[in-house]
Design a protein around this ligand. Structure first.
Ligand SMILES: O=C([O-])CC(=O)C(=O)O
Ligand SMILES: [Mg+2]
Length: 233
């Protein structure tokens, strides 16, 4: 499905909880899927020098890859395949790397060198269930990094596939999928949710702000609270 790039820019105005609520309202997917499960965190933000805390959301379309690192093997493919896939994707790109080792994290794909090359290609972020290194440099690169944590070594790291569906932190991702990420995690936005998601997000924000505003107002009372019926789903 085609994605309007203006809609991608508009997604960056919202945080992941708001967009997730709006997706629930649209009922385009189950309530318990389509987002990362908390086993990965935002390691760096998108602002120069940024930590994982604060900073603008990451928005882009997925370019996918698989890697292994724990043991030696002769299944490596050239990293140029990834660079080609990034350069051919229309719009901002989030590179999604599934670390296929069990357990993952023996060696990093993303560090200073791979990160600098991807920065030169203008990517919006990297999402991996694996680990990353050279974190001081990653903090200064102009894209967000979501990963399971940091690691020391490269080990036998190599890419083994590009352009295949992958699963990262419980989230299934296909090439071209729209991803939105912030401190809370990464959310997949079904293309058919655009542009309707914005109206739903506004509705929910109004509803929530009414309740929050009331909780702080002089009109608030415990009897009224006990009468309040907020039923979801
Ligand atoms: O050695 C690797 O490929 C990973 C890494 O640290 C870098 O990209 O700088
Ligand atoms: Mg390095």
């Amino acid at each position: 499905m085609n994605v309007d790039l203006e809609h991608l820019a508009a997604l960056a105005e919202w945080d992941t909880p708001a967009l997730s609520n709006a997706l629930d309202l649209l009922r385009l997917r189950s309530f318990n899927g389509g987002y990362t499960d908390g086993s990965i965190q935002r390691i760096t933000g998108t602002a120069a020098g940024g930590s994982g805390v604060g900073g603008p959301p990451m928005v882009g379309r997925a370019v996918t890859a698989r890697m292994v690192a724990r043991d030696a093997g002769d299944d490596a493919i050239p990293v140029s395949q990834l660079h080609r896939a990034v350069s051919e994707m229309e719009g901002p790109v989030v590179v999604v790397v599934e670390d296929c080792d069990a357990p993952p994290g023996a060696g990093a794909f993303l560090g200073e060198v791979n990160g600098s090359l991807l920065a030169a290609l203008g990517i919006a972020g990297v999402v991996t269930n694996g680990r990353v290194r050279d974190v001081d440099v990653l903090r200064d690169l102009p894209f967000a990094v979501h990963a399971a944590g940091l690691c020391v070594a490269r080990s036998y790291m190599r890419l083994t596939a590009v352009g295949e569906p992958v699963t990262v932190a419980g989230m299934r991702v296909k090439p071209g999928d729209v991803l939105h990420g912030d401190e809370h995690g990464v959310l997949q936005i079904p293309a058919e949710a655009l542009p309707g998601i914005f109206e739903k997000a506004e509705l929910i924000r109004e509803d929530e702000q009414n309740v929050v505003g009331w909780s702080k107002s002089t009109d608030f009372s415990i009897p009224k609270l006990l009468e309040l019926r907020r039923v979801k789903h």
